[in-house]
Ligand binder design. Structure first.
Ligand SMILES: Nc1ncnc2c1ncn2[C@@H]1O[C@H](COP(=O)(O)OP(=O)(O)OP(=O)(O)O)[C@@H](O)[C@H]1O
Ligand SMILES: [Mg+2]
Length: 376
């Protein structure tokens, strides 16, 4: 998706930012993952690039092979402009967090190697798909038990992060990787940071990709916590069922309008602290919309799934559940039992990158067809 309207340099001067000197929460130094018997000169020479699988804000992601072991890995190449700003804080945060947050549902960093031309490569376990690529694939039609497994894993990963005092702040399909065993893992911790469980702190407002950004951020709050990630994950889960992003705003105002059109215009009765938000008085629409979510979803999924999604997408952030509360929801104990998906429409490599390239190709072909003379 295009609207990547958030600030990658968020919280630079904020002492609580992960990776900065006074970072709260996880402050244990990262243990280097240097394999035995490796000389520093080996570095990037150890890997053969196979193909590009992602192109992000901070560089490119490649599928590669370790020449010694044959292991397939992902290489995320990040530029490091030493002259301008030293080692970029976002890269530092990301590497630090990915190394610290060891969990089956968080992508594992294997190594970090220097590359020529002021760059470093983060070597990660390779994941064949991302959720955005899969959702956009016309032939991917997971069973209810598969969706339940993905939801469970996503909530377990999020609960782990939140329990350790970390907010992701950029949850969306392209940052959720899936492998052929049906495991799903969080990646891209460039915007993540620590938070205090007991004391809310001022944080930057410009985080989370627009379509997954919760209403309180769109209304200007700088005091927030894990409930912003719960909203984003609620949007991704909804997308898993409907196959398209729920709120596709063109800008902040349009984004809010789209949210309210589906979830109803908020009133102090359902969102008590709304009026305290900085931009509430001039960004809340005058039109009164009713909540249409249940009506829209009733034919698409079990009632308990609708309940869970509606809970995660409550407009009032204070009323939204924690990841742990979501895990305790009845949806996960009723039939069908969760089963990881292991059958995919492509045998490997299907991320947002390939999915977008395929769409571009299809558009090009249909444009060429429409330009052909009618009797051709
Ligand atoms: N370990 C991995 N295995 C396979 N693919 C990966 C891996 N890590 C990242 N990718 C792919 O590369 C894309 C970009 O990676 P990532 O999100 O980490 O980079 P970014 O620069 O932060 O991107 P953006 O700014 O677009 O979010 C991901 O959306 C995913 O499709
Ligand atoms: Mg990303």
């Amino acid at each position: 998706m295009s609207p990547r309207q958030h600030c990658r340099h968020a919280d630079h001067n904020d002492p609580g930012a992960v990776g900065s000197a006074g970072g709260g929460g996880l402050d244990t130094p990262a243990t280097p993952a240097t394999p035995k018997h490796r000389s520093p000169a080996d570095g990037i020479q150890l890997y053969t690039r196979i193909s590009m699988v992602g192109e992000g804000t901070y560089g490119k992601v490649y599928k590669a092979r370790n020449k010694e072991t044959g292991q397939i890995v992902a290489l995320k190449r990040m530029r490091v402009d030493m002259d301008r700003e030293g080692f970029p804080i976002t890269a530092m945060r990301e590497i630090r967090l990915l190394k610290l947050l060891r969990h089956p549902n968080i992508t594992n960093v294997l190594d970090v190697v220097p590359e020529s031309g002021n760059a470093i490569c983060v070597v990660m376990e390779y994941m064949d798909y991302d959720l955005s690529g899969l959702i956009n694939h016309p032939q991917w039609d997971p069973e209810p038990a598969h969706k339940k497994s993905l939801m469970l894993q996503l909530l377990e990963g999020l609960d782990f992060m939140h329990t350790r005092g970390i907010l992701h702040r950029d949850i969306k399909g392209s940052n959720l990787l899936v492998n052929q065993h049906g495991q799903v893992k969080y990646v891209d911790f460039g915007l993540a940071r620590s938070f205090h469980h007991t004391r809310m702190q001022e944080l930057t407002n410009r985080v989370i990709t627009l379509w997954y950004r919760p209403p309180e951020l769109l209304l200007g709050t700088t005091l927030y916590g894990p409930e912003v990630d719960i909203w984003s994950l609620g949007c991704v889960i909804l997308e898993l069922f409907t196959k398209k992003p729920a709120f596709q705003g063109q800008n902040d105002i349009d984004q809010l309008e789209q949210i309210f059109k589906l979830l109803g215009t908020p009133s102090p009765a359902i969102w008590e602290s709304l009026k305290k938000l900085p931009w509430a008085c001039y960004m809340t629409p005058n039109t009164r919309y009713e909540n249409r979510l249940r009506q829209m979803l009733s034919t698409k999924m079990a009632t308990s799934a609708v309940d869970l999604i509606s809970w995660m997408l409550l407009l009032d952030p204070a009323a939204r559940p924690s990841a742990k509360q979501c895990l305790g929801h009845g949806f996960f104990t009723e039939a069908p039992a969760p089963v990881p998906p292991t059958s995919f429409p492509v045998s490997g490599d299907w991320h947002e990158y390939e999915s977008k390239a395929e769409r571009r190709k299809r558009k090009q072909v249909s444009k060429q067809h429409s330009q052909l003379p009618s009797n051709a």
